[in-house]
Ligand binder design. Sequence first.
Ligand SMILES: Cc1cc2nc3c(=O)[nH]c(=O)nc-3n(C[C@H](O)[C@H](O)[C@H](O)COP(=O)(O)OP(=O)(O)OC[C@H]3O[C@@H](n4cnc5c(N)ncnc54)[C@H](O)[C@@H]3O)c2cc1C
Length: 600
Amino acid sequence: MQDTPETTPTGVGFLTRKVGSEEIQTPEQFTEEQQMFASTVRDFMNKEVYPRIDDLEEKDFDQMIEVLDKAAELGLVRIGIPEEYGGLGVDKTTTMLVMEEISKYAGFSATYGAQTGIGMEPIIYFGTEEQKQKWLPKLGSAETIGAYALTEPGSGSDALAAKTKAEPVDGGEAYEITGTKMWITNAGFADLFTVFCQVEGDKFTAFLVEADRDGVSLGPEEHKMGQHGSSTRQVNFDQVKVPKENILGEIGKGHKIAFNILNIGRFKLGVGSLGGAKRVLELSVKYAKDREQFDQPISDFGAIRSKFADMATELYALESSCYRVAGYMDQTLSKIEGTAADDPKKILEAIEEFAVEDSIIKVYGSEVANDVADHGVQIHGGYGYSSEYEVERAYRDSRISRIYEGTNEINRMLIPGLILKRTMKGEIKLFELIEDVEAALGESSRPTPPGQDDDPELSFEQYLCTRGKMMVVYTANQAIQKHMANLREQQEILLNLADLLIELYVMDSTINRTLQAIRDEGFDETRIHRAATRLKATRAFNAIRDLSETLLSHLAADDADKLNSHFEALDQLSFRPRVDQIGLERIIAEAVVDAEKYPF
Ligand SMILES: Cc1cc2nc3c(=O)[nH]c(=O)nc-3n(C[C@H](O)[C@H](O)[C@H](O)COP(=O)(O)OP(=O)(O)OC[C@H]3O[C@@H](n4cnc5c(N)ncnc54)[C@H](O)[C@@H]3O)c2cc1C
């Protein structure tokens, strides 16, 4: 494993670098300007959004547009647009911080996210100069509302199987679009759709279609489980004629737009999950301090406190994971020099470099948000089941995140799939990693793990991470050896491999963050960070051990000798002292109760 930090971050570095060997971006290092943006959004949410939630949930879209206009007045809708088209062109970290705050009310974040993400990014990254000049300033001021129409009744995950067709007419000067798109966010008040169609049968292509063109019509609002504040409708296109100037990107290259925009969306969805879940933790702890049973606040009960500890620990790990990737992107983008910095292709390449991390954040973030919302309802007891309480809505709202921007199953399969592809291309030196594991297994005696005493180097956690990585590499190698190119067909194996990689990335990010926090803020000031890190590292390590056991049991099911040797290897790699997890939970829960919110 490499132990010298590289100056340019590369995707999947968490697998190849020694834990603790690189500087990553952490929330403790946000600049004053970044914090100021976050604080502006907090004020905006308090003043403009929270007081209107009841109306917004009743689909008062006039108010929704008013709120979006107010966000635009503050510059929040144009933050991701390059400056030459009227935008602020801020860094990815700031964009993430804004998204985190806005996601504290999902109805607005869906609307805002569709406008600033899938609504305008296809034009930012793939538009012609004329298309950018024409649309970006208006999208940035919210004068034009954008929407993204990819999904159809018959094609969701298999997006490229869309049937909507675009036929050339007038000698190729125009195209006629016919088909139906499904689940389109912002459809009820959108002015401009990015519509994915098949040209001449099978050339998947994106078009910009103005909502007021003849032949565009909408289905009724969908009756959704959550996100009631956002508009979601079918959009029908009946021989809608658009000039050829409305083609976005190239004919037959629509998949590039669809997949790249999804990549960015995943990264934002992870941080959105973080924002929504932090709010649930805050609501839950405040409720629990107020609610008395058996003559004491329920926040005194260990059963409630262990939920606080769980929520805060997973959120700390998620936060560490999200802002690490945002930092990578900003670092990479800042190295693109001169005019190339304005080259959308270069920017997309930089974003694509971290596609594995984006999928990890999407899956982990959406599942943490679901678990936190579930704990939140449980802490509220029967009141959590009542629509009088915000936590009931948060529970329903959070569920969709596991489904859109690529379902969690599709994203899980992408994670090992992309790593395999990079390994085949020689970008990841998996074989060097395997040699490290073999060397460790060849040692005549077990290593002596570091003790669990207080230690500013987090030697114990680093040991867990290093051995965890070895288990991941050992198990992945067995899966590759057994199935080779057919591994792509073994979905159950891929899902477990994805979980191994998710646990590893999250553990590595959490330890790296806390090591830096200790260096920057001091050992005594980081007691809660250290407790959360030890708890997360322990849980991730145990999960890696269990997942490896599941996979190896299957991979060698027909060979008893092999199975035995796998378990001997696993026992050797997973040897470590046990951790007092309940003791750690108590430290973290105390901090949550004292802070009455996410305590970091
Ligand atoms: C509230 C909401 C807002 C949305 N907004 C938009 C929008 O603005 N624009 C837009 O274009 N779309 C939007 N969508 C659509 C969304 O992206 C799709 O619902 C999503 O991609 C899943 O597609 P599907 O619903 O057809 O499910 P399916 O693809 O039918 O999946 C059903 C199940 O099968 C699994 N599955 C599918 N394929 C495979 C496979 N190859 N291997 C293993 N398992 C598989 C899935 O993981 C899932 O569990 C929205 C959806 C909702 C509910």
